[in-house]
Design a protein around this ligand. Structure first.
Ligand code: ATP
Ligand code: MG
Length: 332
């Protein structure tokens, strides 16, 4: 079975629709066909200040949401990044392999740091793509199911894997991105030019899965479309409508072409009202299931302990090999 690895940050509490459609939904599907490793990346979350109690709660909340979305700890390895110390260790090695200019070209850092200002943005935020490289290479992942915004980081991962292999001998699998065209980038409902994001969306444009379903329905009904009235999938000219059609199509399993036909001659109102209903039907049971998992933190923690143990077995082997190849003296 080919191996996949991916992660999600325990920030902001709720996952949003982009996280689900762009990433988590694929994780659930891939656990059936792949040797799957999924983690809550708390070490990435702390690249910006986090309240300790909130971070702890949000980490469990992220795990509960992953289970509610359909991850099954019997079918995949589910763990918390900081439970596997090899991530930070290989992260350092990868920092020593990355060019400063190379890291400076990462657009996510540029975007995120621009918002914070040069002195508030941390060095951790600067090197977080490099930690992500370590996350992936530790597990010798063949594929990385993520959203489109992560493509550049997977490219960096490939470059560093090849660099290391070239310098020290074949050590790392060179991974490929696994990004779906239809859902790789879900846009902010109020600004269809920018991706929906935990950290940067407008509140009205961000669909959080754990929000009150009524509020979610309202956000969908007031999504920005355009001044035209034709319901047609055309991301270039009609980004707002296309975003809604993509979401609708994926949540219901209906082809976009069929949706275009269904709504022919009708206004945007009909499309939005129906999609709002589809969303409510999706998020309502999701919220209930998430709460059920949260209500039993002991079970959550014990499944995370098992996950970390499975992950560590793989990660420790890769790290030992890496140290050895580089000439770090083994401890006797
Ligand atoms: P932040 O803005 O703080 O980076 P985020 O919304 O990007 O938060 P992450 O935890 O960084 O959330 O991302 C988890 C996964 O969700 C990643 O695979 C990412 O590519 C994917 N993802 C995030 N936003 C979108 C989106 N708008 N459309 C599709 N996939 C997305
Ligand atoms: Mg992100």
């Amino acid at each position: 079975r080919p191996r996949v690895l991916s992660g999600i940050q325990p920030t902001a509490g709720s996952f949003h629709l982009g996280n689900y459609l762009g990433a988590v939904r694929q994780w659930v599907a891939l656990q059936e066909s792949h040797d799957a490793f999924y983690m809550v990346v708390d070490l990435h979350a702390i690249t910006v200040p986090q309240d300790p109690a909130e971070l702890r709660a949000n980490t469990r909340l992220a795990v509960a949401q992953l289970l509610a979305a359909g991850l099954d700890p019997e079918r995949c390895t589910l763990f918390v990044q900081s439970h596997v110390p090899e991530h930070a260790q290989l992260g350092w090695i990868m920092n020593c392999l990355t060019g400063f200019g190379e890291a400076s070209r990462m657009t996510q850092f540029k975007d995120k740091s621009a918002k914070q200002g040069a002195d508030r943005a941390t060095v951790g935020l600067f090197t977080y793509p490099v930690l992500q490289v370590a996350d992936i290479l530790l597990y010798q992942a063949d594929q990385v199911p993520v959203g489109e915004d992560q493509r550049q980081h997977i490219e960096l991962t490939r470059d560093l894997a090849e660099r290391f292999n070239g310098r020290y001998g074949q050590t790392f699998t060179v991974p490929a991105p696994y990004i779906l065209k239809e859902t790789g980038k879900i846009f902010d409902l109020q600004d269809p030019a920018v991706k929906m994001s935990k950290s940067a969306s407008t509140p009205k444009g961000l669909v959080n899965l754990l929000d009150d379903p009524k509020a979610t329905a309202k956000k969908v009904r007031s999504a920005v479309t355009d001044t035209d009235t034709v319901i047609r999938f055309d991301p270039e000219k009609k980004p707002g409508v296309s975003n809604l059609l993509g979401i609708y199509s994926t949540l219901t399993g209906t082809a976009v072409a069929d949706l275009e036909q269904k709504y022919e001659g009708q206004g945007y109102g009909a499309l939005k009202t129906d999609l709002a209903e589809v969303m409510v039907e999706f998020v309502t049971p999701f919220r209930t299931r998430t709460q059920e998992y949260l209500d039993d933190p002991e079970t959550l923690d014990s499944l995370l302990a098992k996950g970390a143990e499975k992950a560590r077995a793989v990660a420790a082997e890769t790290l030992a090999q890496t140290y050895d190849r580089m000439g770090l003296l083994p401890a006797k």
